[in-house]
Write a protein that binds this ligand. Sequence first.
Ligand code: CA
Length: 224
Amino acid sequence: MAEKILIVEDEKELAEILGEYLKVEGYEVILAEDGREGIALLSRYRPDLVILDIMLPKMDGMEVCRKIRASHELPIIMLSAKSGEMDKVICLGIGADDYVTKPFSPLELVARVKAHLRRAVKSTKEAEKERLVLKKESYTAYADGQVLELTTKEFDMLYFLKSHENQVFSKEQLYESIWGVNEFGDISSVAVYIRRLREKLRGHSMDYIKTVWGAGYKFFTEES
Ligand code: CA
């Protein structure tokens, strides 16, 4: 799905030109002509990045930036007609990620958009990875910093799956890796353990154990 860019800019011509450049790069573009519309469209379209002019009718860009930052993590690039160092400092201070002075080259702005989106995706992935921490030496699992109560075997299975992220294992392979080949037991217990682990992880909104139909299970954190 195309990444969405919200442009909040009352200079219609500039907004449209910029929009065209971004569309060529495959982005979906949403235009807002004033600050209040910008806030409204943000909640409605959930864009991946905002390009925000400072001088706007109804609500100025800095106020819009503060409001967005109070509840959203997405990158914000501010546009300013002034090249004053003070504006730049204030914008970055209230949570903008970048600051571009008019007139600017649309291609340069597009390059910055790309760079910020790449960084945002990367940091989301990294944060996601850290949400679940498994300490083998103490057999302790942490979900979002809270201890996740697991039995020894549940821990072993989760540890095994997580150490081989995105690799699919059949029930037989999981059984052998957790209980060993010489152990007598029931392969169907693997499904029971998987179910319990899933329930515990889902309690922390971590839908990390995926079923690969006809093949087995895998640990996968990227929401795609
Ligand atoms: Ca303006």
